[in-house]
Design a protein around this ligand. Structure first.
Ligand SMILES: *[C@@H]1O[C@H](CO)[C@@H](O)[C@H](O)[C@H]1NC(C)=O
Length: 263
């Protein structure tokens, strides 16, 4: 409470100062405040009392996202919380979350598990594209990866992807922080920056960071076990129940608005 009061005073002070830091979305690992959820097949999105991101109060909840492999299921494996309208082409913003893989998470070489994504519904364009992610952040083996997309959404051959690979080695059973700053442009005037556990792991200026279409994108955090769907494999022989916890998810105009350990 005192923290919130001080934060309000700070917000007033900053706005009087002309520098307006605005946290446009903030979620402390709860089911409230999201626009919707997307959990498919045996996937679950739930609140968990333990573990929670070590915030000031050491209380509250985190979001627990689980997915279960099923060799007879032909659909996808999303377990995500969804916030609408976090960016449009031309915007600049900061996006952050804390995540923690289950203690016994098994890294599988070549298999990807998506952790967060920016996505929009392009069905109205009339090519075969429906929901298409622009930026994604995922795990492949024990490596954190990210990408941005540009070009026209339709036809699909016009979509171009820029990868930021092997950004960091992720450890299970521990909280990790991710922050992104992006200037969302479809020409060469954009930039993309990404931090992991407080360290900037890539910063690339002068690139297109989003597609030409200017509709609003959603921000989704959660486990999307895309490798189970997209890649051929005998995944039933590897760990088939996967759990990722999320906490302190935020969007804002300054680094501190989005950094999980700063609010
Ligand atoms: C950042 O990512 C770009 C695009 O993949 C790459 O060319 C560049 O080398 C990376 N920078 C660092 C410091 O790793």
């Amino acid at each position: 409470m005192a923290g919130n009061f001080i934060k309000s005073l700070l917000a007033v002070a900053l706005s009087l100062n002309g520098a307006s830091a605005t946290q446009v979305f903030a979620n402390r690992g709860t089911m409230s405040g999201w626009d919707t959820y997307n959990h498919e097949h045996k996937g679950k999105v739930q609140e968990a009392n333990n573990p929670v991101f070590p915030d000031i109060t050491k209380q509250g909840t985190s979001l627990s996202m689980t997915q279960v492999y099923d060799k007879n299921w032909k659909g996808r494996y999303h377990s995500e919380a969804v916030k609408y309208n976090v960016y449009k082409k031309g915007d600049t913003g900061f996006y952050g979350f804390a995540f923690r893989l289950q203690d016994d998470w098994e890294f599988t070489k070549g298999l990807s598990f998506n952790l967060a994504q920016f996505i929009a519904d392009f069905t109205s364009l009339g090519c075969s594209e429906t929901y298409m992610p622009s930026t994604m952040v995922w795990l492949e083996g024990d490596q954190l990866n990210a990408r941005v997309k540009h070009g026209d959404v339709c036809p699909q051959e016009e979509q171009k992807t820029t990868f930021f690979r092997k950004l960091a080695t992720v450890t299970p059973g521990a909280w990790h922080r991710v922050e992104i700053q992006a200037s969302w442009r479809s020409d060469d005037s954009g930039y993309f920056k990404i931090w992991y556990d407080g360290k900037k792991v890539n910063e690339t200026f002068g690139i297109p960071t989003t597609v030409t279409d200017s509709r609003p994108f959603q921000f989704r955090v959660g486990l999307y076990a895309n490798g189970w769907h997209d890649k051929e494999g005998e995944w039933e022989k590897t760990q088939t129940t996967r759990q990722v916890f999320y906490d302190q998810i935020a969007v804002g105009t300054e680094f501190a608005d989005a950094a999980p350990d700063k609010w």
